[in-house]
Design a protein around this ligand. Structure first.
Ligand SMILES: [Zn+2]
Length: 581
């Protein structure tokens, strides 16, 4: 919508002025992406070293952005100020957006590909533009445009942020009483805005035309904002999208470790309440009443059998009773007793079956005691979240991009026993010299920015044990791990249900937080994160989008895409570009 003049940091202008030099400075020419990274083709957009340097340079801005959002958290579908802040940032970048999408959401759209810069910096894309023009002149069929979605949630939780915490000490504790960013969605929004900045200044370097969509999504915490966003105007805004990617900070894993997996990553979830109804009366004459308390108590036990006796031992499900209410005084049998809780499982089929069985068991147990039962599945205020199921190609793309990006940038988060000091290039020395430094060795001028910004991502976290349920994503991975599924739910699942997608967890353990390294858990008033993860997350988003275009989408591998690009260029009379650079 808005199209204000962009703010382009001088550094980025300089970077754009000499992409070839920067690509060679990256030290990772061609399709190789760095040790352990596996298949990473997107050295295209100026190189990984430039991406790391640009992200490092953005660190102070990312911290300011995250803290501003942290200070003014808003509950689901009420993210009005958050949305305005995001739109103002996009205005400053000159990136257009649609708003409101799903009431408070913002969907920014960055057109990318040859010729999409504003003309003022046309020289640096001359090669790409010439190739594009050459293809047009020779009648070569243009490849279809690619569209990829990068998604962040933006809402907060009804939790009161206590005094004396990390944010309080930093002067950015929540100013909205009873509301707190206790799930890191402030960091997610900052990282996605950072990615928009990184990609905006690389847009003309994308190898083919298309768009990157930045979805700033409301109401993840129960409102299914993702579903509403995808349904907005019949889904028109997402036309042509071939994949979606999202990241969630993970406070119990060392900063910079990326966790993902193929297949089901997170559970489906349903919120439920059961009203058991009888007929109240004098508690001293129970034979004249129909007591709903006894069947309500029986139902608590009966429901447990659904998981223990009806689920395969190899499946996973949770059925927790979390509320139980009946009566007001001790000598009156009430008319009604209520219980409620959460239902989770890793497959949609199990969710459907357990949902049906909760209704059947509730009705039968109530009937056995002469009562009735009515189940409320909260369709209106807390809709069903399906399990989050990652596409294998999308998960591999994220893991490859993240591994290549972080190798040599983020201190290796995990060294198997006996390998200490034999980590990735640069990290052994960092590990040896890092203890107690607290400052990054990279650029960024963090000390001068006055906001207490963290050091560069290179400064390592204290040694932390990786959860035992993780294994390296590939045998040589140092920064990316395959995680077991987890039972929390995510409405990113609606994106993953609509198109091939991958959701990942990004280690963000706060060494200054509670416990000296674990940070508070998600949805906890003591939640905190290591802000040095912000540039890492922004760069991962950017690298994923770049990689998606370099591969030509999810259908073609990097090597095959490069070969196809080369052969079509040859057919059109053009020279084959050097290895996707
Ligand atoms: Zn969350």
């Amino acid at each position: 919508m808005a199209a204000a003049r962009p703010l382009v940091p001088l550094m980025m202008l300089l970077l754009l002025a000499a992409p070839a030099a920067l690509a060679s400075a990256a030290g990772k020419p061609g399709a190789g992406g760095g040790g352990g990274g596996g298949d990473f083709a997107a050295a295209a957009l100026g190189g990984l070293a430039a991406l790391r340097a640009d992200a490092d340079a953005l660190a102070p801005w990312l911290v300011v952005t995250r803290r501003a959002l942290h200070r003014t958290p808003e509950l689901m579908f009420r993210e009005h100020n958050t949305s305005a802040y995001i739109r103002a940032a996009l205005d400053a970048m000159g990136i257009p957006y649609a708003w409101p999408v799903a009431r408070t959401g913002v969907l920014a759209r960055l057109e990318v590909g040859p010729g999409t810069d504003d003309g003022a910096r046309g020289g640096q894309t001359a090669a790409a533009a010439a190739k594009h023009a050459n293809a047009s002149a020779t009648g070569e069929a243009s490849p279809p445009p690619l569209v990829v979605i990068l998604r962040s949630d933006i809402d907060a939780l009804p939790i009161d942020e206590p005094a004396g915490g990390v944010a309080d000490a930093g002067g950015y504790r929540s100013a909205n009483e009873g509301v707190m960013h206790a799930c890191g969605h402030d960091a997610h929004a900052a990282m996605l805005l950072g990615a928009a900045r990184l990609l905006r200044d690389r847009r003309a370097s994308f190898p083919r035309p298309g768009a990157v969509l930045f979805a700033f999504q409301p109401a993840e915490e129960g409102g299914a904002g993702a579903d509403e966003m995808l349904r907005h105007e019949g889904g028109r805004l997402f036309d042509g999208a071939g994949a979606a990617f999202g990241v969630h900070v993970w406070p119990t894993v060392p900063r910079g470790a990326l966790l993902t997996r193929t297949g089901t990553l997170m559970a489906g979830a349903l919120s439920w309440d059961v009203a058991v109804r009888g007929r109240g009366g004098h508690a001293a004459m129970p034979h004249l009443n129909v007591d709903p308390v006894v069947p309500a108590a029986a139902l608590v036990g009966a429901l447990q059998a659904l998981v223990s006796r009806e689920m395969s031992p190899l499946g996973s499900a949770v059925l927790s009773v979390t509320t139980l209410r009946a009566g007001t005084v001790n000598n009156v049998t009430p008319d009604e007793a209520r219980l409620g809780g959460t239902l989770r499982a890793l497959t949609h089929a199990d969710m459907e079956r357990l949902r049906r069985r909760v209704g059947e068991v509730a009705a039968a147990v109530a009937a056995a005691h002469g009562c009735t039962a009515e189940v409320d599945w909260h369709e209106g205020d807390h809709p069903y979240y399906p399990p989050t199921v990652n596409d294998g190609r999308a998960a591999a793309l994220v893991a490859g991009a993240a591994e290549a990006l972080m190798d040599g940038w983020v201190a290796r988060p995990f060294a198997p026993e006996g390998e200490a000091g034999a980590g990735a290039e640069g990290t052994a020395a960092e590990t040896a010299t890092a203890s107690g430094s607290g400052k990054g060795k990279g650029k960024g001028g963090d000390e001068e920015d006055g906001v207490g910004a963290p050091g560069s991502p290179s400064s390592p976290s204290p040694a932390m044990a990786m959860p035992a349920t993780l294994s390296p994503y590939t045998p040589s991975s140092k920064h990316t791990f395959e995680t077991e599924p987890v039972m929390p739910a995510e409405d990113f699942s609606f994106f993953a249900r609509a198109l091939p997608s991958a959701f990942s967890f990004l280690g963000a353990a706060d060494p200054s937080g509670p416990g000296g390294g674990g940070g508070g858990l998600l949805h906890n008033p003591l939640f905190s994160l290591d802000e040095r993860v912000l540039p890492v997350g922004a760069a991962i988003h950017a690298a994923v989008a770049a990689e998606y275009f370099a591969r030509g989408g999810l259908e073609v591998t990097g090597a095959a895409a490069a070969a196809a690009d080369c052969s079509s260029a040859a057919a059109g009379g053009g020279a084959c570009p050097a290895a996707a650079a």
